[in-house]
Design a protein around this ligand. Structure first.
Ligand SMILES: [Mn+2]
Length: 410
C-alpha cells in the first residue's frame, strides 16, 4: 500500500519534474529568441544608419539638442559627431538656450565637448544653407527653439535618435526612437559596440567622450539605480575607456548660491497633497533655469512623497522673454510623466503639447506671451506670478485630486 502510494507519488513528481523541465526549456528558448531578436534588431538598425550616413558622405550637418542640454544629450551628440566623421560628415552641435546645471558646465569645460550655443539674435542672421542635413539627438525638436527655424529653412531631417515618448511624427531618413530605453547614451554606446566607432584608450578625445557618455547614462538612470540590463551592459563597455577621475571632477562641481536659494524657495513654498509635492518658486534668471529640476529632485526625496513638481518664471534678460518652466520627478512606477504632463497642461493654440517626459521625469514650458516682459511696477510682477502660479496649481490639482471636481448628482 505504502509502496504503491510512493510509486504513484514518485510518478506524479517525476511527471511534474518533466513538465517543469519542459517549461524551463521553453522559457530558455524564448529568452534566447528574445536575445537574438534584440541583437538582430540592433544589427538592422545599425545597418540602416550606416547606409544613411554613406548616402550623405561628405556633407555638413547640424546636430540639434534641447535648449538646456543635459549630459545625455551632450554626450550622445558628441558620439554621433565622431561616428559621422568616419563618413567625412562634418557636424556642428547646437542648442538654443544655455548650459545651466553646474555639472553640465563642468562637463563641457573639462572635456572640451564641441557644442555651441546659438542665441535668439544669432538665429535670425544665421546662414542655415551651409547645412545639407539636420540631426536630432535626445530630442524630437519640441524642446528646441532652433528646430522650427531649421524646419523653415527646409533643411532635411536625416537622423533622429531619442528615448523620450513620441512627441510628433518625424519625417527623418533614419529614426531610432526607443521610449523603453533609459538613456540615449545607451543607444549610442550600442552603436559603438556594433562597430560604428572604434574607441581607443590612447586617444584623449575618445576617453573624454566615453567619460561624458558614462555621465549621461548615469544621470538619466538616477545614478544607475533605474538602469536596466542594456544600460549596465553599455556602462560595462564604457568602463574600459572612461576616466573615473574626470567623471569624479564633473560630479564634484558645487551648486551656485543662487541655485541653493531656488531650492530653499521650493522647500518653503511647497504644498503637499496626496503624496504630491508642488512648488512654485517665482522668478529666476535664465542662467539658473536648471535649479528647477534640481529642486524637484530634492523635493521628491521627502518622506511619503512620490511625485514632485517645481516651476517658475524664467526671465531671459537678453531678449526680455519669459517662460514658465517646470519639472516633474516621480518615484511612482505607475505614474507616466509624459501622460501626466500632457493631460495636465494640454496643448497650445498650434496643437503642440506644452511638455512631455520620459521614465520617471518630465518637463514643461509655457510661454508667458502677452503678459511677457519686465515691468518696473512690482505689484504687476507679483500679480503676473500669482496668475500663473494659480493656474498651474489648479491644473495639477485637478489630476491629483480628481474627486474634488466631480459634479455631484445626489
Ligand atoms: Mn535623455
Amino acid at each position: 500500500m505504502s509502496s504503491n502510494l510512493n510509486t504513484s507519488l514518485e510518478r506524479r513528481l517525476a511527471s511534474k519534474k518533466e513538465i517543469n523541465e519542459k517549461q524551463l526549456e521553453a522559457v530558455d528558448a524564448s529568452q534566447f529568441n528574445l536575445e537574438t531578436k534584440r541583437s538582430s534588431d540592433l544589427t538592422k538598425i545599425v545597418g540602416k544608419l550606416r547606409q544613411t550616413l554613406e548616402k550623405h558622405r561628405g556633407e555638413k550637418q547640424i546636430v540639434v539638442i534641447q535648449d538646456f542640454p543635459d549630459p545625455d544629450a551632450l554626450s550622445s551628440a558628441w558620439t554621433y559627431k565622431l561616428i559621422a566623421a568616419n563618413y567625412e560628415i562634418d557636424c556642428d552641435i547646437v542648442y538654443g538656450g544655455t548650459l545651466s546645471h553646474q555639472e553640465n558646465i563642468a562637463l563641457v569645460r573639462f572635456t572640451g565637448l564641441p557644442a555651441q550655443r546659438v542665441e535668439g539674435n544669432g538665429l535670425r542672421g544665421k546662414d542655415w544653407s551651409i547645412y545639407q542635413g539636420c540631426v536630432l539627438i535626445d530630442s524630437q525638436g519640441t524642446n528646441s527653439q532652433l528646430y522650427s527655424a531649421i524646419e523653415k529653412a527646409r533643411i532635411p531631417l536625416i537622423v533622429a535618435i531619442d528615448h523620450h515618448s513620441k512627441q510628433k511624427d518625424l519625417d527623418a531618413e533614419f529614426i531610432d526612437l526607443r521610449p523603453q530605453t533609459r538613456a540615449t547614451a545607451t543607444i549610442l554606446t550600442q552603436y559603438i559596440q556594433e562597430g560604428m566607432l572604434e574607441f581607443d584608450n590612447s586617444n584623449n578625445e575618445h576617453v573624454k567622450c566615453a567619460t561624458s557618455l558614462m555621465h549621461g547614462l548615469r544621470s538619466d538612470t538616477n545614478r544607475l539605480m533605474q538602469a536596466k540590463e542594456e544600460d549596465f551592459i553599455a556602462a560595462a563597455y564604457l568602463s574600459r575607456f572612461y576616466d573615473s577621475q574626470l567623471l569624479n571632477a564633473v560630479l564634484q562641481s558645487a551648486r551656485s548660491r543662487r541655485v541653493m536659494d531656488v531650492i530653499e524657495r521650493a522647500l518653503r513654498n511647497r504644498i503637499i497633497k496626496k503624496n504630491f509635492s508642488v512648488s512654485g518658486v517665482g522668478y529666476l534668471r535664465y542662467e539658473d533655469r536648471d535649479a528647477i529640476p534640481q529642486a524637484a529632485d530634492f523635493l521628491v526625496t521627502e518622506e511619503d512623497i512620490h511625485t514632485a513638481v517645481v516651476y517658475g518664471i524664467v526671465h531671459n534678460e537678453k531678449d526680455d522673454k519669459e517662460l514658465v518652466i517646470g519639472s516633474l520627478r516621480t518615484t511612482k512606477l505607475t505614474l507616466d510623466p509624459d501622460e501626466f504632463i500632457k493631460q495636465t497642461l494640454g496643448k497650445d493654440t498650434q496643437g503642440r503639447f506644452f511638455g512631455g517626459g520620459r521614465y520617471m521625469a518630465g518637463g514643461f514650458e509655457v510661454p508667458v506671451g502677452f503678459l511677457n516682459g519686465f515691468n518696473d511696477n512690482s505689484e504687476y510682477t507679483k500679480l503676473k506670478w500669482e496668475v500663473f502660479d494659480t493656474q498651474i496649481k489648479q491644473k495639477l490639482m485637478r489630476l491629483v485630486e480628481p474627486e474634488d471636481n466631480v459634479i455631484s448628482t445626489d
